[in-house]
Design a protein around this ligand. Sequence first.
Ligand code: ADP
Ligand code: ZN
Length: 290
Amino acid sequence: MRIGALEAGGTKMVCAVGDEWGTITERIQIPTTTPEETIGAMTAWFRNQNIDALGIGCFGPIDLRRTSDTYGYITTTPKPGWAWCDMAGTFERELKVPVGFDTDVNASVLGEVTFGQAKGMQTVLYVTVGTGIGLGIYVNGMLHHGILHPEAGHVLLNVHPEDHWKCRCPYHPNCFEGLACGPAIEERWGKRAEELRDHPKVWQMEAYYIAQALMDYICILSPEKVILGGGVMKQQQLFPLIRSEVDRLMNSYLEVEQMHHLDAYIVPESLNGDQGILGCLRLGMMELER
Ligand code: ADP
Ligand code: ZN
């Protein structure tokens, strides 16, 4: 079987073709410009690939309610030209194959659950810390949507006592994304996050924020594993800092085995950056099975 996969991001689109076992055979990247230009280039590429289905993991917010008139659309994004863009419908019409559609972070958690370290688990979280912060939730064997989809980057946190910089979220004075996304690090410390590796204070503060959010996610959703990805998480030194901060915040409250093995519980992604595109592949397969 040939399954198409599209990881739709605000700066680039990754298009791929693979099989049901998760082997990717073709892949291209297309910069995200206007919908007309970008979608035109993608449909042209997929049309030559002879695919049986397509899965799209998309930046948001998006409409996932199957009964809605705007199902499969990107909805209110500030990204110029992309608000109310019909993603799933356009690819379905152009390619005449079933199209699965979900958030980029749900695709990533699905990739890890299908092909990665979380294979066989029923409740797993994937947190991305990059340009924005998002949470993919796989719960009781299903991707979670709810009334929209989780917007867990906007949970409110206690501000670090030494953080005097203003949260960059236009809606909230102290939310996770506004305090801890890649651009927040850059604005606060005056350098791109990539260039701050040797500044321990940066990563202690970052871990302080990430751990607060994880504490809440863990208490609410009771996941079997918490996977962290996105550009900022390439700073591997964050992992031990986050684990010890989660341990401190939890304060021995949860008496479960996972809390004694945080190094196996709070972990980096396991698919060499392909968790998203492989999840999209699985989304396409799931749509075919529907
Ligand atoms: P996006 O979220 O746009 O899909 P990324 O996940 O790569 O893309 O996130 C981009 C953000 O991550 C930027 O703010 C960038 O500064 C930061 N970033 C990228 N690579 C690294 C790195 N190696 N170390 C720290 N931060 C990084
Ligand atoms: Zn916010």
